[in-house]
Design a protein around this ligand. Structure first.
Ligand code: NAP
Length: 246
């Protein structure tokens, strides 16, 4: 087991990539806090982890709300007494061409994908600094690196996540904290199921290995980056995208 006795919080842990990450991290021996805005999804993932012999509990959180985020970290410490791994996975899309994008679409995506990551990263960093150890993992995207049609808001936030990742790696390294980002390509989750089949097919064809990704591909990357196998890796952005942009 690569994460034995570690304590991990995964935001957006109720669905898609986050749920798979929570399950894999638990399978590697960590105690997992499944944090999501949706209580029903949390309960399903927690039960699944417990059913496979793992340890988990759930916390309902809107990552945009600093007070709720602070409560999530407090609840984690009350239950498990420490925080080793913070996976800032929660993220949303609200697509539109630039000329049609509304202020609401912009604000919503910036709030969850940037402010949410900032809120959770800051709260986790305070605890990890006291501990003198920890790993923070942030969800970026291939779209953050290369941009995408109809995703001005999303691309801006995912590029912003890379900026935060690198800044935190510089600030927190001397405190024993590693910070990295994962940039998934097109992964089959409820988020991408909303996309037209035409686009998904185009992405599949663009990949040299002619595949789309699955949540387990990203979860595996999180497990690796959280483990001691990655002890010399910080401030990096790991693309897990089937080579979709080369
Ligand atoms: P997903 O299937 O939509 O899951 C995201 C989870 O986060 C959902 O359970 C969602 O709850 C929850 N959530 C949404 N807003 C939240 C908030 N304010 N506070 C707490 N939880 C919230 O998304 P995914 O595809 O797994 O993506 C996970 C991450 O990977 C995101 O950051 C995404 O941008 C990134 N990513 C995904 C892909 C991809 O192809 N799927 C590619 C690149 C990057 P609800 O379902 O109730 O909204």
């Amino acid at each position: 087991m690569r994460l034995k006795d570690k304590v991990a919080v995964i935001t957006g842990g109720g669905g898609g990539i986050g749920a798979e990450a929570a399950k894999k991290i638990a399978k590697e021996g960590a105690k997992v806090v499944v944090a999501d805005i949706n209580e029903g999804d949390i309960n399903r993932v927690v039960e699944e982890i417990k059913g496979s012999g793992g340890e988990a509990f759930g916390i309902v959180v809107d990552v945009v709300d600093k007070e709720q985020v602070d409560k999530m970290i407090k609840g984690t410490l009350e239950k498990y007494c420490k925080l080793d791994i913070m996976v800032n996975n929660a993220g949303i899309t609200a697509d539109s061409k630039l000329v049609n994008m509304t202020e609401e679409q912009w604000d919503k995506v910036v709030d969850v994908n940037l402010k949410g990551v900032y809120n959770c990263g800051q709260a986790a960093a305070k605890v990890m600094t006291e501990q003198g150890s920890g790993v923070i993992l942030n969800a970026s995207s291939v779209v953050g690196i290369y941009g995408n049609f109809g995703q001005t808001n999303y691309a801006a936030t995912k590029w912003g996540v890379i900026g935060m990742t690198k800044s935190w790696a510089k600030e927190l390294g001397s405190k024993g904290i590693r910070v990295n980002a994962v940039a998934p390509g097109f992964i089959m989750t409820p988020m991408t199921e909303k996309m037209p089949e035409k686009i998904l097919d185009m992405m599949r064809k663009k990949s040299p290995i002619k595949q789309l990704g699955y949540p387990e591909d990203i979860a595996n990357a999180y497990v690796f980056l959280a483990s001691d196998e990655a002890k010399f890796i910080t401030g990096t952005v790991l693309s897990v995208d089937g080579g979709v942009v080369l």
